[in-house]
Structure formats: structure tokens, C-alpha cells
Design a binder for this molecule. Sequence first.
Ligand code: 8IG
Length: 244
Amino acid sequence: MARHDVAVILGSGWMSDADRLGPSKADFRVTDMPHFERPLAEGHPGSFRSVDADGTRVLVFLGRTHFYEGHGVDAVTHRVRTAAAAGCKTLLLTNACGGINPDWPPGTPVLIKDHINFTGVSPLHGADFVDLTDLYSARLRHIAHEIEPSLPEGVYMQFPGPMYETAAEITMAKNMGADLVGMSTALEAIVGRAAGMEIMGLSLVTNYATGIAKHPHSHAEVLAAGKAAAGRMSEFLAEMIGKM
Ligand code: 8IG
């Protein structure tokens, strides 16, 4: 794999305007690449590309492998390890998630300031005592706030999924300090840190979490909220990459 500077993983709701990140120099299908699993979730095409963003070499992954797909933690973190092997020093993780804070309606982008790994597993192997202090880089969050001063920050809690939470679980998550609930990102961030990368996490709230939402969840609603915000989000990511 040719050398790259920055890796971006685009989650649900972040992919429809990926072209705004810059012209693609090479496209790959994960099914043609070693050790990538075929994507399951709707809206996850399972490709990646090498993008020239005004001279910054960006590896852009469209979609990810989730823990709930059942292929194990190594399949989940393979994109991050691939990016690290390609020389990426910065990792931009994006996702769609449920929001606990009633002030953040669907369509709200939130910067991840910390996470709670509630999957019950570790993505590391052996006695790798990685320090997760400032896991979500304060430097990168500062740059994000230069671009968008009003961008809120929150704690992301990764659940194993694929079911959404019960209302009681959301009450627990809130009491534990979570603002956002999702099914990705935390395991990837841990491996990124272990590989020495500087990490930024960006969530797009696409639904109110269970118990806060007035109606049952639907994946279609998640995709619609993502589509509505994707243009603005890609613009922000492109600006972010330019300033890093
Ligand atoms: I989009 O409400 C999306 N992903 N765990 N809970 C969890 N993951 C999610 C949710 C949610 N919404």
C-alpha cells in the first residue's frame, strides 16, 4: 500500500458526499483486499479510495466492519491497522449514533471528547498497556472548533449491538456519563492509539436514544438523517484535513 498521511473512516450517514474530500486516485473494493470482511449494513458499500486532498494523501474508507457482524475484533479494526501500516499519522473516525442529550436533535454533529467501551472486549492482543489519556486529541478538537465554534462535544458509549438499547440501558448510559450511544468507533480508536495515531471522532446524531425518542427506531430514519447532513459533514471534514 502506498504511503498516506490521514485515514478517514466514513460511517453511516457520512458517505453520500465522499467525493467532496477530493479526487480519488485509486479505488478498491474490500472484497478484493486481504482480510477485509464483506459489509453487511445497508448504506455501507465496502470500498475505499486513495484521495489527493490538496497534497495530503488521504485513505478514505467508505463504511466499516462492525463488532455485531460477528467476525471478531480483528475484522473490526482491520481498516485502522491497514491505515497505520500505510503510514497514516492521523485517524478521523465518523459514525452515526443515538443521542441522549435532548438538546441535540437528529442531524446534530457532535465531536467525541471521550468514550466508554461497553462492548466487554478489547481489540488489543497481549500485554499492550496502552494509555488512553487524551485519546480523542485535544489539538484536533481545537482545530474543529476553529472551523465550527458551536460544535458540541460528548462522551460516546459503544454498545455491542446490533439491537438498539432498552430505555433502562439508556438511563444507565446517561448515569455513567454517556451523551451518545453507538455500535462502532471505540474499538477502532483504541487500536489507532496503540498504533500511535492522533485521533478525532465525529458523531452525527441520527436518532434520539431509546426512551428519549418519541417513536420506535427505524434504520430508514437513520439513513435519511445522514443523507440530509452528509454534504455539510463532508465539507467540514475536507476543511479539517486541510488544517491538520
Ligand atoms: I444510527 O440509538 C444509531 N446507532 N447503540 N444506539 C446504538 N447505536 C446506534 C443508535 C442507537 N443509533
